[in-house]
Design a protein around this ligand. Sequence first.
Ligand SMILES: *Cc1c(COP(=O)(O)O)cnc(C)c1O
Length: 402
Amino acid sequence: MSLTFIRRPLGLQFGGMDVGQLADRAGRTPFFAYDRSAIDARIRELRSLLPCGIHLHYSIKSNPMPAVVHYLATRVDGFDVASAQEMALALDAGTTPAAIGFAGPGKSHDDLRRAIASGVNVHVESQTQLRLVTALGWELGVPPSVAIRVNPDFQIGHSGMRMGGGAAPFGVDVDQVPALLRELEAREVGLAGFHIFWGSQCLHATTVIEAQRQSVELIFRLASTLPQPLRFVNLGGGFGIPYFPGETPLDVKAVCKAMRDWLPRLCERLPETTPILELGRYLVGEAGIYVCRVIDLKVSRGKTFVITDGGMHHHLAASGNFGQVLRRNFPVIIGNRPEGVTRERCHVVGCLCTPLDRLADDIELPEVHIGDFVVVKQSGAYGRSASPLRFLSHPEPVEMLV
Ligand SMILES: *Cc1c(COP(=O)(O)O)cnc(C)c1O
């Protein structure tokens, strides 16, 4: 019996490969790998639960890798973009401009010009933006598609968390919306939609359900005075994914079930308006890993440090410096070893000369060796593009869709 070409899967299998094969394909470490079949499965499952009539948008900022955006283009109903570059990515992927929403509190004159010329929906976030958009529309001879991003006035409390109802640079306060509507009318520009974004990374179904209910009520209030029907209402997303020990996945079934309560009312009152759900990390976050290599092991005053060729410059979120108040470990494993029985406590760090560069504090891993692969899971969103790649001038990580 010949066993020559049979590789025994030890450790992690990802996208049909083990971590060594992934590294061979990447050509070097560190790298991010995204599993297309996992993205596809996530969207299929969500679609099977969502009531029909709801459009699903992908928020490009969560993972703007062009291959990922192209892959998603045929699987979602539209894209939400937050810069002219993201808008170009969405257009390059073949998305119809009417299915692209461009939000952001600081859109420049040139950004807005490009957006109007392209025919994408501009989500205005201030009176200044609104005036500029209408003026540019006249200048270009193109009627701009304008939506108003609203800073919601409702508050949703859960476990001490408070969302909405506060001062924010994003969106227009609810009480300022009527003045903007009057300006649009005076400038003979119609309103295409409202965009309400109430929060992000929420794991509690009850909170998402309540936020969606309140968003729909807010839409009813705002839409009651409009001269013509809205083309769409973007109700935000907020679906979270579990990153840390003790976190449980969002009960999406419960959220989708609750949607069946308000969706018929929405369709009845605003029959020409498409409701949109915009999701980023929920679609791609769990489909990605970050892989770096152990390049040194050392013991300092009784503590074992696993030193890798990766770090916070590639994956700021995993290092705990992406706005986290309390540093917690992302799920970290040694990708080329079975979980095993012999475990040792160690600290996994990156290659930067700063104590901020930590990938896992005080975790238990199987016996680690130089050359092993450290794998950070839940890394498909807010990884490479949300990291200070130039900090300390190390090479950038490879990205691949497998
Ligand atoms: C960032 C962002 C999203 C995506 O958030 P996720 O937590 O990745 O789903 C959606 N909408 C707006 C307006 C955003 O700014």
